[in-house]
Design a protein around this ligand. Structure first.
Ligand code: ZN
Ligand code: ZN
Length: 149
């Protein structure tokens, strides 16, 4: 009798976990399985806090729930939560920079992008909105003192 070994080739879509940075097999989530458990718990905290305090700012939510602002912003980008305030400057459309309440693009750009996706197969490179949100004046200049002998 001959034993035939079958080899299964599993093609994995490896991604870096947005939380811990570890490479993991992509399953539809931005975080690895280890972090997704924590992430769900954090998300629940944020959601519950927002239920009680609908007008809360990200800073406030972060301070009260212990969930990092970066994580809260990710929930916003993933359209899992929404900020009700009209004039929040937390999220910007990644295409035209207009302030938006959730997701990554404003309605106009989302519609325009949909058209573009249809005509061009290659998606446009999109810069992380987070970079724009970083404080530009926060860059510190260092003066290197030369020591004289
Ligand atoms: Zn992780
Ligand atoms: Zn836009």
């Amino acid at each position: 009798m001959i034993n035939l070994k079958t080899w299964e080739v599993v093609v994995m879509d490896l991604r870096n976990c947005t939380k811990c940075g570890r490479a993991f097999a992509f399953t539809g989530l931005d975080v690895c399985s280890r972090c997704s458990t924590d992430d769900e718990a954090d998300f629940r905290k944020v959601k519950e806090y927002l239920y009680d305090h609908p007008g809360a700012t990200v800073t406030e939510v972060s301070e009260e729930t212990g969930v990092s602002e970066r994580q809260i912003l990710r929930y916003l980008r993933e359209s899992r939560i929404e900020i009700r305030e009209e004039n929040n400057c937390l999220l910007h459309c990644e295409r035209c920079d207009k302030s938006i309440r959730s997701g990554r693009f404003c309605d106009e750009c989302a519609a325009a992008l949909k058209k573009e996706f249809k005509s061009v197969l290659k998606p446009p490179t999109v810069k992380e909105a987070e970079v724009k949100q970083k404080d530009r004046t926060g860059t510190k200049m260092h003066i290197v003192e030369m020591r004289k002998k």
